[in-house]
Ligand binder design. Structure first.
Ligand code: FAD
Ligand code: NAI
Length: 469
């Protein structure tokens, strides 16, 4: 290939793209990154993971002060919501994170282009800037990391005022009296929880017969019960067939998923959260012949090469879970393979966390998956009700469940509902990565009193010998 300005140009500065750029720079490549947003960090840092978690933490503190501190003997009076203050907290957290990525780009000498990137030819990306001017950037490799955007729902047009996507739902200027969330997945439950804690009446409409349908069935069921106890309402096996906005309200038409009598529900705000779709608009993929799969995701091999030599793709725009840390791992592998290394990714050890209260966390296989695959397994379960630390925290909802191979005892999956489940799941992710058995975890000392003792007990329960239950 003729001499190029860069070894790698990354399109998209989300967790996949910016991490790939940094890893490539560490490996000695000359790297550029094209991002259409003014700030780095992609969906995750700007409008996704980070702002939603800032709102979850703030709303949890408000809810604690209003409803839960009394039970610890802490009297609080005059608790008031300062919504602009909550939003300021969120905006400050986003700002410090995105400027952190700026700093990392400078530290790693990554050249940044602000504008829309499109692939003119293998080895050449055209950047179209806000003022309409263009600039061509040449590189030996192009990495597409353009992420995803909101999946639309026919008949329910998002205006980001009354009918919002997650982008609008993290920036409402008043607490809605009634909020309907379409989609009982991760975004619906997290952002539904935020507004419910801040005072909204939240109803979740889910097409399938359970919320969190990709998670372990027992986890879904128990989580629905826990959230219902907190005041969230659920309409499962239900579809939304239309929405009419009039003045301050939206009238939604709902029908049983399998058909039947329709009903009308009114809401002040409707959140559409039925999934996200890969974002490939304006990239010029057709012209260079990059193949997509049947769900319009970019097709790659196991090393993230597309069918066009020198063009690679990672993150939400390719197959697999739409998670920031999955995108990051793929970015690292792609950069390492470009540099001649082998790269490593184990999809069975990538955790998923739902940051509700309590949190839900999972890694590896669900019981449903193991049954479908015909794998014989043993399950060990331990409830937080029997854990001393959880009792001291008034956080006794939930359990740890470990699934291990019936013959070899190797851990195949783990599922946790509980306070700090998202932190605790890492122990079991590491166990899976290292090919550990339930016995390995059961024989590992866990500090007392900690929530992680429930992990040890669940591992003991795999062999029918828990101590504290
Ligand atoms: P993105 O982060 O989407 O980044 C892609 C970037 O490419 C964007 O900045 C976009 O502007 C840019 N771009 C697109 N096309 C072009 C172009 N042609 N030229 C230039 N730039 C372009 N995941 C988690 O793991 N944990 C969470 O807690 C979590 N919370 C979430 C909460 C919400 C509300 C949402 C919406 C998502 C959440 N996610 C979470 C998912 C997570 O945000 C994504 O999985 C992750 O951002 C994917 O990273 P990516 O790098 O593939 O793409
Ligand atoms: P999702 O895939 O998690 O959930 C969508 C839900 O909507 C599913 O339960 C689905 O059955 C339901 N649904 C689909 N069509 C429907 C319809 N017409 N009517 C009613 N329900 C319908 O998608 P979500 O919540 O939009 O999130 C998008 C992505 O962002 C997810 O892939 C997730 O991984 C990621 N994300 C991750 C977070 C985390 O890791 N904590 C937080 C937020 C998002």
């Amino acid at each position: 290939m003729a001499d190029t300005q860069f070894d790698l140009v990354v399109i998209g500065a989300g967790p996949g793209g910016y991490v790939a750029a940094i890893r490539a720079a560490q490996l000695g490549m000359r790297v550029a990154c094209v991002e259409k947003r003014k700030t780095l960090g992609g969906t995750c840092l700007n409008v996704g993971c980070i702002p939603s978690k800032a709102l979850l933490v703030a709303s949890e503190k408000y809810s604690e002060a209003r409803h839960h501190l009394g039970a610890f003997g802490v009297k609080v009076s005059g608790v008031e919501l300062d919504l602009p203050g909550v939003m300021k907290h969120k905006d400050d957290v986003v700002k410090s994170n995105v400027t952190g990525v700026d700093f990392l780009f400078k530290k790693n000498k990554i050249t940044r282009y602000t504008g829309l990137g499109s692939i003119k030819a293998p080895g050449m990306v055209t950047v179209t800037k806000d003022d309409g001017s263009t600039e061509d950037v040449t590189a030996r490799n192009i990495l597409i990391a353009t992420g995803s955007d909101v999946a639309p729902l026919p008949g329910v047009t998002i205006d980001e005022k009354r009918i919002v996507s997650s982008d609008g739902a993290i920036a409402l200027d008043a607490v809605p009296a009634r909020m309907v969330v379409i989609g009982g997945g991760v975004i619906g439950l997290e952002l539904g929880s935020v507004w419910q804690r801040l005072g909204a009446n939240v109803t979740v409409v889910e097409f399938l017969d359970r919320i969190l349908p990709t998670m372990d069935g027992e986890v879904s069921k128990q989580m629905q019960r826990i959230l219902a106890k907190q005041g969230m309402s659920f309409k499962t096996s239900t579809k939304v067939t239309g929405a009419v906005t009039g003045g301050e309200t939206v009238k939604l038409t709902l029908e049983p998923a399998k058909g039947g009598e329709a009903e009308t529900v009114e809401a002040d705000i409707v959140l559409v959260a039925i999934g996200r779709r890969p974002y490939t608009q304006g990239l010029g993929l057709e012209a260079v012949g990059v193949e997509l799969d049947d769900r319009r995701r970019i097709k790659t091999d196991h090393h993230f090469r597309t069918n066009v030599p020198g063009i690679w793709a990672i993150g939400d725009v390719v197959a697999g879970a739409m998670l920031a840390h999955k995108a990051e791992e793929e970015g690292v592998v792609a950069a390492e393979v470009m540099a001649g290394q082998s790269g490593h990714i184990n999809y069975d050890a990538i955790p998923g966390v739902v940051y509700t209260w309590p949190e839900v966390a999972a890694v590896g296989k669900t019981e449903e998956q193991l049954k479908a695959e015909g794998v014989a397994y043993k399950a060990g379960k331990f409830p937080f009700m029997a854990n001393g630390r959880a009792r001291s925290m008034n956080a006794t909802d939930g359990f740890v469940k470990i699934l291990a191979d019936a013959k070899t005892d190797r851990i195949l999956g783990a599922h946790i509902i509980g306070a700090s489940a998202g932190e605790m799941i890492e122990e079991l992710g590491l166990a899976i990565e290292f090919g550990a058995s339930a016995e390995d975890v059961a024989r590992t000392s866990h500090a007392h009193p900690t929530l992680t003792e429930a992990i040890k007990e669940a591992a003991l329960a795999v062999d029918g010998r828990p101590i504290h239950i």
